[in-house]
Design a binder for this molecule. Structure first.
Ligand SMILES: Cc1ncc(COP(=O)(O)O)c(C=O)c1O
Length: 398
């Protein structure tokens, strides 16, 4: 059976992590791995999560199965957190939510649903996009295409080209959009651009599939989903893959959800039966641990306030690093080129330099980022910032 299987190339991020671990330099800086780090370099368990976890465990009397859809009270709270309590699709009972194993699980569930409903649909991904989108959405057999999104060297969106490409998509196709904090570019659409895109999707009868992995990391819990909410109220159908890995800091516990919006409550009920059958055929049921914690946090006003405060502190830390790095790089390069870091959102931005410059940063200065020059701003510490800025400026000079 397995004789013909040759080893695959090492995953780029795992390879980078191994190189970083093996680097003995005291100066080394990891801007590669995509997790939030606090000022001590830790990826902390949030205090609100810890408190909720303690009371959840104390009250737990059984570990029997929950359900293929996960925890009902978690799903209800997610619908309201993402769409807002007064969203017209919620009031019209046109929304259903199914818990999933992380954002990845939700993306895969959505892909399998599209494959069931319309196997010939092409899924259009932004160029560039997060490296896991293609396998998560393409491995179930759906065809993928890409639309221009961002020019890393010029530090700006390729918005006109994006619209042109999407105008040419076939009605019934799917457009994957990052709801906020685009990974890897940090470049999000402006409100007016969301509105124009919504019109295009409606006119061309394209299905939006929104990936929401960083709600609260950009401008705030509400502002980060403003474009998504408007789009979801204008269009008859939408899919949203939600991840709580980052904003609740529960990465390894695997917590996410797939939200689907349809034309009527009967239609979303029908979709739900398919989603549950797909889940049964892949993993049967999602893990409950973090869902129980999250449901507790969302329902308890006190815990919820602490979580929102902690989330805001994580967001501020990223915003601070963005602005300090922009200032430091502008000073060293004598211009305003790096202002883009301040305009962009979330943990990631691309420096916009060549793969060779990225290699020089790693080899000469022990600074690690992905080959496409994606840096995790939440991996940067204030005491290392002058060193990182000096190193980047020197590598960009030669
Ligand atoms: C853009 C994007 N979508 C989805 C995810 C899903 O993450 P998880 O499956 O860990 O919840 C991530 C995580 O890095 C991401 O960056």
């Amino acid at each position: 059976m397995f004789q013909q299987l040759v080893p695959l190339h090492e995953d780029a991020i795992l390879g980078l992590m191994a190189k970083f671990r093996a680097d003995a330099s005291p100066d080394k800086v990891d801007l590669g791995v995509g997790v939030f780090r606090d000022l001590s370099g830790n990826t902390p368990v949030l205090a609100s999560v810890r408190r909720a976890e303690h009371s959840m465990l104390a009250a737990q009397t059984t570990k029997t199965y929950v359900a293929p859809a996960g925890r009902a009270e978690f799903n209800d709270a997610v619908g309201e957190l993402v769409l807002g309590t007064a969203h017209p699709a919620l009031s019209a009972n046109r929304v259903r939510v199914v818990q999933a194993p992380g954002g990845c699980g939700a993306l895969r569930l959505g892909a399998e649903l599209i494959k069931t409903a319309r196997p010939e649909a092409i899924v259009h991904l932004s160029d560039p996009t997060w490296g896991n989108h293609a396998p998560l959405l393409g491995n179930c057999g759906l065809a993928l295409a890409s639309y221009p999104y961002y020019d890393a060297a010029a530090h700006r969106l390729r918005y006109a080209q994006m619209l042109e490409a999407l105008e040419r998509a076939t009605p019934g196709d799917v457009v994957l959009l990052h709801a906020c904090c685009h990974n890897p570019t940090g470049a999000d659409l402006e409100p007016a651009q969301w509105r124009e895109l919504t019109d295009l999707l409606q006119r061309r009868r394209l299905l939006p599939f929104l990936d929401l992995a960083y709600q609260g990391f950009g401008e705030g819990l509400e502002a980060d989903v403003a474009g998504l909410r408007d789009l979801a109220s204008a269009l008859p159908e939408a899919l949203i893959a939600v991840s709580f890995s980052k904003n609740l800091g529960v990465y390894r516990e695997r917590l996410g959800a797939l939200i689907f919006i349809g034309e009527s409550s009967a239609q979303v009920d029908a979709i739900r039966t398919h989603v549950l059958q797909i889940a049964r055929g892949i993993y049967s049921m999602p893990p409950d641990h973090a869902a129980a914690i999250a449901a507790h946090i969302f329902a308890d006003p006190d815990l919820r306030t602490s979580w929102v405060t902690e989330l805001e502190a994580m967001r501020r830390r990223i915003v601070d690093m963005r602005s300090q790095l922009a200032i430091a790089l502008n000073e060293r390069t004598g211009g305003a080129e790096f202002d883009f870091l301040r305009r962009q959102h979330g943990m990631f931005s691309q420096l916009g330099c060549s793969p060779e410059a990225v290699a020089r940063l790693r080899e000469r200065h022990h600074i690690y980022m992905l080959g496409d020059s994606r840096m995790n701003l939440a991996g940067l510490m204030p005491d290392k910032l002058p060193y990182v800025a000096d190193s980047i400026a020197s590598v960009l000079r030669n």
